[in-house]
Design a protein around this ligand. Structure first.
Ligand SMILES: [Zn+2]
Length: 122
């Protein structure tokens, strides 16, 4: 493994634990699908009959679900990049197969494409 990847690995691991921490606040690990998360439902109080309060709860659930999807998506990119480091395929563009520019990886350590192909993906 080229030495330069060590710094990306370190920031990827840092990002991974940060994302998992954020996810654990709003979601829990899906026991049936390892690596998948599901959003925690807010505490639904069956005694609540106030329509606006119910609407607030559903709105909160919707916001949390949106956030959870974003975080989980990002976490998948991070773990994917860590896997590519292990498999020695890190730093290659998934479109053209060329080495990804270092400045691109500096800005986004889990980039999967070179600068030329970045619009195609992340
Ligand atoms: Zn490319």
């Amino acid at each position: 493994m080229p030495m330069v990847w060590d710094k990306y690995k370190a920031s990827l691991l840092e990002e991974k634990s940060k994302l998992e921490k954020e996810l654990s606040l709003i979601a829990r690990k899906n026991p049936e699908h390892p690596g998948e998360w599901e959003v925690k439902a807010p505490d639904m109080n069956p005694m609540v009959s106030d329509q606006s309060e119910l609407a607030d709860m559903f709105e909160e659930l919707e916001i949390q679900t949106g956030l959870e999807v974003q975080l989980e998506e990002r976490l998948k990119h991070v773990t994917g990049a860590l896997k590519r480091i292990e498999e020695n395929s890190y730093g290659k563009c998934s479109v053209c197969g060329k080495n990804i520019e270092e400045k691109r990886l500096d800005a986004n350590p889990f980039a999967e494409t070179c600068i030329k192909h970045m619009e195609a993906y992340i």
